[in-house]
Design a protein around this ligand. Structure first.
Ligand SMILES: NC(=O)c1ccc[n+]([C@@H]2O[C@H](COP(=O)([O-])OP(=O)(O)OC[C@H]3O[C@@H](n4cnc5c(N)ncnc54)[C@H](OP(=O)(O)O)[C@@H]3O)[C@@H](O)[C@H]2O)c1
Length: 273
């Protein structure tokens, strides 16, 4: 009797949906670890896979084991290097390997996290690599969902570092609609637990800012003394931006967490981003 009760509980979660195994590539990272937590909270078997857990998508090491029995693979990994050749190599080789191993494991849904505006900012080597990743997924023959997210609040310091020239941070005054990693993870987990979209969905934060004002506010909250100055031609990871390059289309799914609320969180001072 006890055995049959346990089996039933293992097959259906509290929302009445089937319990699945989902392999989270990059499941030890900022978004990945939150996706693992969300999925487990909903009763799913979410397995993090990354070099930390013995899985390397560049070499294929550990992938067959990690994907065995999985219904869904969620790729929220990131390239350790944003250098042009390295980042292209990371996203194309990883994606080819993942598609090959996921197909062999009869995975039913391939979910990947990418960036709002990827297709319209070709001057950025990072976004060119993300675009190549997306093209491989679309042509990979497996049902898929691509989630385009805007910049994470947690990414503010990295953006400032990239745009810094000594103690001056140069940024174009374009629009940006950033979001909390928690909201990104919620969206990715919800989509991963659902049916494949065979398309792309955009997620974004609840507010728009001017890019320079956002970074100035974020640095100020960290007591970072760098000065943020407006420069319409300043490049963002290699690309000049237009007014709405970073903004999603109408109909994007919006997160709930506002920047001011997030700034009040203690994670701001301890996070690696
Ligand atoms: N930052 C933004 O504002 C933004 C906006 C939209 C979309 N995105 C996308 O969000 C995704 C996740 O970003 P994140 O900030 O969560 O990344 P992150 O914290 O840097 O985590 C990266 C993850 O990738 C794993 N990884 C690295 N090399 C790997 C390899 N060879 N094989 C398997 N896994 C590997 C890492 O594993 P270890 O911990 O074991 O090294 C880690 O788990 C990225 O694809 C990015 O394009 C980012």
């Amino acid at each position: 009797m006890r055995g049959s009760t346990t089996t039933t509980l293992n097959l259906i979660n509290m929302e009445g949906t089937s319990i699945m195994k989902l392999t989270i590539i990059g499941g030890t990272g900022l978004i990945g670890s939150k996706v693992v937590t969300r999925l487990r909270e909903h009763g799913h078997e979410a397995v993090p896979a990354s070099p930390d857990t013995g899985v390397n998508t560049l070499t294929g090491q550990g992938l067959a084991d990690a994907l065995q029995g999985a219904s869904v693979v969620v790729d929220v990994s990131n390239s350790p290097s944003f250098e042009e050749t390295a980042v292209m190599e990371f996203f194309t080789t990883s994606t080819r390997n993942l598609l090959e191993y996921a197909t062999a494991a009869s995975v039913k849904h391939y979910v990947a996290l990418s960036v709002v505006g990827t297709e319209r900012i070709p001057d950025s080597p990072y976004l060119r690599a993300k675009n190549a990743q997306e093209s491989l997924i679309k042509g990979g023959g497996m049902p898929f969902s691509i989630v385009h997210a805007t910049q994470f609040f947690e990414f503010v310091k990295r953006i400032a570092d990239e745009a810094s020239d000594g103690t001056t941070v140069r940024l174009p005054p374009v629009l940006i609609q950033p979001m909390a990693a928690d909201d990104v993870a919620n969206a990715v987990a919800r989509i991963a637990a659902g049916a494949p979209l065979n398309g792309m969905v955009e997620v974004a934060g609840p507010q728009q800012f001017r890019f320079d004002a956002l970074i100035r506010r974020g640095l100020g909250a960290r007591n970072d003394p760098r000065e943020v100055v407006v420069d319409p031609h300043a490049r963002y990871f290699g690309a000049e931006l237009e007014e709405r390059s970073l903004i999603p289309a109408d109909g994007a799914r919006l997160g709930e967490i506002r920047f001011e609320e997030w700034l009040g969180q203690p994670v701001l001072h301890s996070g690696s981003h």
